[in-house]
Design a protein around this ligand. Structure first.
Ligand code: KIV
Ligand code: NA
Length: 283
């Protein structure tokens, strides 16, 4: 099937069909998502914490992102691809932001949209201007609001956002401005369910939630969280749909045991020599 387009997703939104989204960090995880008919595959900078084993998203570089972007977008299927802009790739100057946005876009023609973390519109004037500049140049942008992990240190850690009336109105202003400057969608992370509902009743673009409750227009999870690829307990907003990590470790223990006991390889795993060659060698 041809890849979904942004108009296809906006149609789902208008028809109140929930939008499905998952991250992928390489060809294999992307292939799984494609075969599951997930609407959107996000090449999220969380890959720094999963595929690359770092403790936050902030050390991910542009070239690392481009490398993973190429791997993910090699997967065939109907999912629409969105790529995160890494921390530091759009904050320094407008010129840098445009340059890096085009670098990501040019890494694969399959990237349909970029995602940028945006702070409150009253404070983070620059990011909102970057979003406007990209949208006006025809680069579709998903704005990421609420908990923005690239700013985790400034926020005092990974915490539920918009717990006061003031913060809620600030988030509303931010969402409304991103809609105004041209975002086709928003990602809303880690807010009370009522805030997700309240916001989605006041903007006219799809809101994809993660830890944002049930009233938003779609859901996203990090693939390694959803599939249980790594040890440790996931955050409250995650549902584990598999325990792939346990399965893999068990399988590899079995493999190692088979090697140690010489039960692998077996007859069906080995190559046979031609009889005449063996007869000649034997003598
Ligand atoms: O990088 C990421 O995984 C994200 C999540 C919020 C989905 O941005
Ligand atoms: Na991200």
């Amino acid at each position: 099937p041809p890849a979904l387009t942004i108009p296809d997703l906006l149609r789902k939104y208008q028809q109140h069909v929930p939008i499905t989204m998952i991250t992928a960090h390489d060809y294999i995880t992307a292939k799984w998502a494609q075969d599951a008919n997930i609407d959107i595959i996000l090449i999220g900078d969380s890959l720094n914490m999963t595929a690359l084993g770092q403790s936050s998203t902030t050390s991910l570089t542009m070239s690392q992102m481009q490398h993973h972007l190429k791997s993910v977008t090699n997967s065939e299927g109907s999912s629409l691809f969105i790529c995160d802009m890494p921390q530091g790739s759009y904050e320094v100057s407008m010129r840098d932001a445009l340059d890096n946005a085009y670098k990501l876009i040019k890494s694969s023609p399959k990237v349909a949209s970029l995602k940028l973390e945006c702070g409150p519109v009253e404070k983070d004037v620059h990011s909102h201007k970057v979003v406007e500049a990209l949208c006006s140049r025809g680069i579709p942008i998903m704005g990421h609001i609420g908990l923005t992990p690239q700013r985790a240190h400034a926020m005092g850690g990974f915490k539920v956002q918009s717990n006061t009336e003031k913060d809620a109105y600030q988030l509303l202003d931010t969402a409304k401005n991103l809609e105004k400057v041209g975002c086709w969608s928003l990602l809303l992370e880690c807010v009370p369910e009522r805030i997700g509902e309240w916001l989605s009743n006041q903007v006219s673009i799809p809101i994809i939630g993660i830890g944002a409750g049930r009233a938003v227009d779609g859901q996203v999870l990090v693939v390694s969280d959803a599939l249980g690829m790594l040890p440790g307990d996931p955050p409250k907003f995650v549902q584990r749909y598999a325990q792939v990590g346990d399965l893999a470790t068990r399988a590899l223990k079995e493999y190692a045991e088979d090697v140690r006991t010489r039960s692998f390889p077996q007859d069906q795993n080995v190559f046979k020599i031609k009889k005449d060659v063996w007869n000649a060698l034997k003598n």
